[in-house]
Write a protein that binds this ligand. Structure first.
Ligand code: NAD
Ligand code: GLY
Length: 372
């Protein structure tokens, strides 16, 4: 990983040999051809967005991309986590095939994590792989989902269960785009920012604590630092373990519980970041039960999650056997091995490991964290 900076733009490099690329972070990048220079000139392009983001930004991006591409088409998917599905993915293939897209056609994912994950998966599959660029428009997508090449759709039985590792040519994070983001979505993004503290960098956790109000107020300097530092940490992890054979799983802190909430409540009922917020409290509680961190650590993390505007209590997803339903859903988690659930736990401030835990202990944690 290496980092360069200029007054208006910073770059964080994802170092993956021939699949290396830059994350550009700055203001006004949507209109800046230099931010998109990794994309092949001359080829055709398809901007994939959704019905909320496309009216705001797709034409601006298209105007700029027409300087680079022979033809720029646009399409808007239905908005929402519940549409991160086979049916919606097929709409992208329908558009590509009906417009005669070829192997050099470049896809641009203009949207949050849902659009990014689906467009990336479509790019991985169409003609066995076409180039794509991530243009994340949510905080969550800028600090996490657009970076590192995980692409997927959901299945009713489990979150992100069908997908591929497929790296983009570039990630372009225009901080200006966050100005139109609803407050609840900004908080959801803060969950993934906070995540990087306990797993990797307690100094960053301290910085977030002292800038949480500025972040919630969309202060440009605070957002720029949060996006850059999050991307640096993710770049470091992905650079060591691109396909999650080990270390990369720590980026899923809070996600095992969180994915169970999302699937259990029905996709879209809780935002992904909200489920991760409550999931981090549960994972921190589990870490404490395992004797790895003390109660003060859990209180500190819970207080920050609360200040970020996120839920700190888990959802009740089954009135009869809530913990049992969590366990059932968590056994479908991608980290599970031979039916044994493996959790990302904190084994000291700024350090995470992945390990199993006894069902009885997990049940206790769920019961306590989901109680009113
Ligand atoms: P999202 O994509 O649903 O976007 C949130 C909402 O904000 C949507 O309604 C969207 O239309 C709207 N929106 C987006 N940008 C906007 C803007 N600039 N102004 C106004 N509205 C805007 O949700 P998300 O939180 O960005 O992403 C969540 C998804 O990301 C989940 O599916 C999760 O599984 C996935 N994810 C993937 C990874 C990964 O590594 N691939 C990592 C974390 C999360
Ligand atoms: N968001 C987790 C990962 O990219 O590995």
């Amino acid at each position: 990983m290496s980092v360069t900076s200029s007054p208006v733009q910073q770059r964080v490099r994802i170092a993956l040999g021939e699949r290396s690329y830059d994350i550009a972070i700055g203001v006004g990048l949507l209109d800046d051809p230099a931010a998109f220079e990794a994309a092949r000139a001359g080829s055709t392009a398809l901007i994939v967005s959704n019905t909320t983001v496309a009216p705001l930004y797709a034409e601006r991006l298209a105007r700029q991309l027409r300087q680079r591409h022979a033809q720029v088409r646009q399409m808007a998917l239905p908005d929402g986590e519940q549409h991160k599905s086979w049916e919606t993915l097929k709409l992208i293939f329908d558009e590509l095939l009906s417009s005669g897209a070829d192997r050099k056609t470049t896809l641009y994912a203009l949207g949050g994590g849902v659009v990014g994950d689906m467009t990336g998966f479509a790019a991985a599959c169409y003609m066995r792989g076409v180039p794509f660029v991530q243009v994340p428009t949510t905080l969550l997508a800028q600090v996490d989902s657009s970076v590192g090449g995980k692409t997927a759709i959901n299945h009713p039985f489990g979150k992100n269960m069908i997908g591929a590792f497929y790296q983009p040519l570039a990630v372009v994070c225009d901080l200006d785009l966050l100005k139109t983001l609803p407050v609840r979505e900004l908080s959801a993004g803060l969950a993934e920012v906070i995540k990087y503290g306990p797993i990797a960098d307690m100094d960053f956790l301290g910085w977030i604590e002292s800038h949480i109000d500025a972040l919630r107020a969309c202060d440009p300097a605070a957002l720029a630092h949060a996006v850059r530092r999050s991307c640096e940490i993710k770049a470091e992890v992905v650079g060591q373990d691109e396909r999650e054979s080990g270390l990369r799983a720590i980026l899923n802190f809070g996600h095992t519980f969180g994915h169970a909430i999302e699937a259990g409540m029905g996709y879209g009922a809780w935002l992904h970041g909200e489920a991760v917020g409550a999931g981090m409290v549960m994972a921190a509680e589990l870490s404490r039960e395992l004797g790895l961190v003390d109660a003060a650590f859990v209180r500190r993390l819970t207080a920050l999650i609360d200040r970020a505007g996120l839920p700190t209590r888990g959802a009740v997803i089954d009135a009869d056997d809530n913990a049992g339903r969590y366990l059932e859903l968590m056994r479908v988690d991608k980290k599970a091995e031979g039916g044994e659930i493996r959790f990302v736990v904190i084994d000291g401030p700024g350090r995470a490991v992945v390990r199993p835990a006894p069902d009885a202990l997990v049940r206790q944690v769920i019961d306590r964290c989901c109680a009113e």
